[in-house]
Design a protein around this ligand. Sequence first.
Ligand code: AMP
Length: 394
Amino acid sequence: MNKKTVKDIDLKNKKVLVRCDFNVPMDEEKNITDNTRIVAALPTIKYLIEQNCRIILCSHLGRPKGEVNNKYSLEPVAKELSKLLGQEVLMAKDVIGEDAKKLSENLQPKQVMLLENVRFHREETDNDENFAKELASMAEVYVNDAFGTAHRAHASTAGVAKFLPAVSGFLIEKEINFLGDTLQNPQRPFVAILGGAKVSDKIGVIDSLLEKVDTLIIGGGMAYTFFKAQGYEVGNSICEIDKLDLAREAMQKAKDKGVKLVLPVDTKVGKEFKPDTESKVVKCTEIPADWEGFDIGTETIKLFAEEIKNAKTVIWNGPLGLFEFEQFAVGTNAIAQLLAQIDATTIIGGGDSAAAVEKAGLADKITHISTGGGASLEFLEGKKLPGIECLLDK
Ligand code: AMP
């Protein structure tokens, strides 16, 4: 990575504002149901404690839409972080208000505090300059370690870097090094697996990966747009009629570049969009008109496995079916199992595919699971991420 990290500047005794991604899932009683993102922030926080810093953490949680809403308070995160760090994390009652300012002024070396949800202010997502300035006024250095929001130009992810020396934390460094090195220097065969609902969300990634991979596997809801583009009936399956040309162009590009584009050959269709709906496996060229494709079929799993088995590098983003319903999670789970078994660099681009791997207890068998679905997709597309662009060059 060509950006400075916490190791590249003198942070001894400094007051540091750290943007983390503590956007963790919680149940109705506000118990954190997956603390992966908090755990991922620990190396940077621990390093800053070692450097005798006074540490002000900030993050967003959910979408409170610019209003104070206790449902989205970061307080449970402060508690969980206190446990993980083995020291109290002070929780501010506001973001740039009196309480936050007072706590930050009185902060002692090695002490850690957490500001309230930055999205309690609309100015955060508006990347408002005054709001960024207020955040910056509490510290001497800015550290961005929120990979999950690095693709957003918000006040706390990018704006604040205008007012403070800005460097990355270890998490962002790790994410960029993994994704960047893999794209630039993959061991071959290099296979990418793309799933998820829509072609329109992933067309940029398809386009960019076709420049780099040996094999591109497409599954999930996206595949039906590719079938339709070849003139097949897709029944009620999710399909973007206005993206047929994009699908055709992608197929042509794969041919021109010598990339093997692998589409499903069979699909598990259901009668209705509900968990216990009647289902059956049919050939992709024979989807009945009043049925809907919800998963890849058994032959497709075998076909995909043949490609994946020999790969030396695999990147996976997006589920291969409607995995929220158990009977349509078979394809996604099979791919997760396979990635855990092969002798290759395996990278999962966050979001639903990461959740599937974690649910199956296979996370430690994967080389790298990104903490940012959207950010890793934009990185794969070759886009510049504002939360990284704003940092000091090495
Ligand atoms: P994305 O955010 O684009 O990665 O899409 C993830 C969503 O796509 C998940 O909620 C999946 O349930 C959904 N999905 C994947 N395959 C299908 C399918 N065949 N039909 C409907 N939804 C699907």
